[in-house]
Design a protein around this ligand. Structure first.
Ligand SMILES: [Mg+2]
Length: 134
């Protein structure tokens, strides 16, 4: 399988580090940015291509809901796999993420397997990979 490139959008460095360790442990390439505006800059302004985004919800400058909405509104990124990650446990938060266009939702703190299963499911569904990641 080709090397997946995952964009982690997360304002808390310790959370980025956890995601990075898990993803790099699978051999994936990982890029981290700290807010939604940075994600838009890479994906839309610079046209960088990622296989999936792990998107935190609560972030300064631009949150994950707004960033997801804008990515979905843009031709370059409308079909990109986006998984929302949030510590907020409410159903309303989950609904807001899905409403904005996230493909799925993982609640923090998560186990390695939870993250990889969510990633696998969405990448299979989008045809980015043709066999499960784990
Ligand atoms: Mg946050």
């Amino acid at each position: 399988m080709r090397n997946l490139h995952i964009l982690v959008v997360e304002d808390e460095p310790s959370n980025s580090e956890i995601a990075k360790v898990i993803l790099m442990g699978q051999g994936y390439k990982v890029t981290c940015v700290e807010n939604g505006q940075e994600a838009l800059r890479l994906c839309i302004d610079e046209g960088q291509v990622f296989d999936a985004i792990l998107m935190d919800i609560l972030m300064p400058v631009m949150d994950g809901i707004e960033a997801t909405r804008r990515l979905r509104a843009h031709a370059k990124t409308q079909d990109l796999a986006i998984i929302c990650l949030s510590a907020k446990a409410s159903g309303a938060d989950h609904a807001a993420g899905i409403e904005a266009g996230c493909d799925s939702y993982v609640r923090k703190p998560y186990k390695r397997k939870d993250l990889l299963m969510a990633l696998s499911e969405i990448l299979l569904r989008k045809g980015v990979i043709d066999e499960p990641l784990l």
